[in-house]
Design a protein around this ligand. Structure first.
Ligand code: RIB
Length: 335
C-alpha cells in the first residue's frame, strides 16, 4: 500500500507538505502542489480515510434516515440533499427505515458507529424508541417533516402544511364544491395532522363543518387511496370532491373513481398534495398542492453543513411555502 512518505520521496518534499496538499489544510506553492499531484498519480496513492477521520475527527460524511425512497416525494427530497453534499465534498449514507420505529432506532445507532459528522432525519412518524435514541446523541441534526423539534439544538425544516391544506379547500370551494371528503394520513403523522387542521379551518371560515363520514384515514400510499375511494363510493351519497393528503393516495383514489364508471372531474373532483412528477401524467392530470420538495432537502443540508463548517446556529423551525397547481382533476365552476 502506497503511503504518504512514498509520495513525499517521489515528489522530493516533506510528508507535511504532502499532507497539506491532500487535506487542502494550508496553501502550497503551485509548482510544489503540481509536483505532489504528479507523484500521487504516478504511485496511484489513495488517502486512508479511516486514519484521516481518526486524526481530524471529521469523516465528511452525513447520515440520513428516510421513511422510504419508494415514494417519489422522498427520492426528490433526497436528490436535494445529495446534490448539496456532493458540491460541498461530503458523502451521504442513506438508510430506508420504512416507518418502522425499531428500524429507525437501529439505523441511528449504525450511523453513529460510522462516525458521521451530522444527521438528517426525514421520517414522517417518530416512535418512542427512535425519539429516545435521537435525544441521546449529540450530533448536529436537522429533522424534516417533524411536528416540532424534540430538542432546542435540533433544527426542523417543513412545508407549511396548514397553509397548503387551506389552499386546497379554498380552491374546491371556489369551484362550488362544498361536499368534500378528506383522505388523511395516519393519526400520528405530523404533516397529516397539520393538513387536517388547515382543512378544518378553511371549511369553518366558509361556514361549513366536516361530517365524520367525510374523513377517511389512509396509509398515504396509492393502495390506501384506492381502498378509501372504494369504501367512500360504496357508502353511497357520493361527495362532490376528495382532498387526498398526498399525491400517491390521490392517484389511487383517481383510479378507483374512474374504474367505478364516474366521469372525472364532472361527477367527482380530486385534489392531491406534494406535486410529485407523475401527477402531471394521470388522466385527468392531478390538481395538487406543490411542496418545494427539492428545496426542502437542499435547505436542510445547507443548514447542517453551515453548522459543521462555520458553527452557524440553526434556524429552529423553517416552514417553506406551498402553492396550488391547477391541472384537470378538479371541475371548474359551472358558469
Ligand atoms: O408523500 C409523502 C408525504 O409524507 C408528503 O406529503 C410528506 O410531507 C410526508 O409527510
Amino acid at each position: 500500500m502506497v503511503r504518504l512518505k512514498d509520495v513525499a520521496r517521489q515528489a522530493g518534499v516533506s510528508i507535511t507538505t504532502v499532507s497539506h496538499v491532500v487535506n487542502q489544510s494550508r496553501a502550497v506553492a503551485p509548482e510544489t502542489r503540481a509536483r505532489v499531484q504528479r507523484a500521487i498519480a504516478a504511485l496511484d496513492y489513495r488517502p486512508n480515510t479511516v486514519a484521516r477521520t481518526l486524526q481530524s475527527r471529521r469523516s465528511r460524511t452525513i447520515g440520513m434516515i428516510v421513511t422510504s425512497a419508494d415514494n417519489p416525494f422522498f427520492s426528490a427530497l433526497i436528490r436535494g440533499v445529495e446534490d448539496h453534499c456532493f458540491a460541498c465534498g461530503y458523502s451521504l449514507v442513506l438508510c430506508n427505515a420504512d416507518d418502522v420505529d425499531a428500524k429507525q432506532a437501529a439505523y441511528l445507532e449504525t450511523l453513529l458507529e460510522r462516525r458521521i459528522d451530522g444527521l438528517i432525519v426525514m421520517t414522517s412518524r417518530n416512535g418512542p424508541a427512535f425519539l429516545e435514541a435521537l435525544n441521546r446523541q449529540a450530533l448536529p441534526t436537522v429533522m424534516l417533516d417533524a411536528a416540532a423539534t424534540p430538542r432546542p439544538d435540533i433544527a426542523v425544516v417543513n412545508d407549511d402544511s396548514r397553509l397548503g391544506a387551506r389552499l386546497a379547500i379554498e380552491h374546491l370551494l371556489a369551484q362550488g364544491l362544498e361536499d368534500i371528503a378528506l383522505l388523511t394520513g395516519p393519526a400520528d403523522h405530523p404533516r397529516s395532522q397539520e393538513r387536517l387542521a388547515g382543512a378544518r379551518g378553511a371549511l369553518e371560515a366558509a361556514g361549513l363543518r366536516l361530517p365524520d363520514d367525510r374523513l377517511i384515514t389512509t396509509n398515504l400510499q396509492a393502495d390506501g387511496g384506492h381502498g378509501a375511494m372504494c369504501a367512500l363510493l360504496k357508502r353511497g351519497r357520493r361527495p362532490q370532491a376528495v382532498f387526498a393528503f398526498n399525491d400517491l393516495a390521490a392517484i389511487g383514489a383517481l383510479r378507483a373513481a374512474g374504474a367505478s364508471g364516474l366521469s372525472l372531474p364532472g361527477e367527482l373532483s380530486v385534489i392531491g398534495y406534494d406535486d410529485i412528477d407523475i401527477g402531471r401524467y394521470t388522466c385527468p392530470a392531478l390538481t395538487t398542492i406543490h411542496q418545494p420538495i427539492y428545496k426542502l432537502g437542499a435547505t436542510a443540508i445547507a443548514q447542517l453543513i453551515d453548522r459543521l463548517e462555520h458553527d452557524r446556529p440553526f434556524d429552529p423551525i423553517t416552514a417553506l411555502p406551498p402553492r396550488l397547481v391547477v391541472r384537470e382533476s378538479v371541475r371548474q365552476r359551472q358558469r
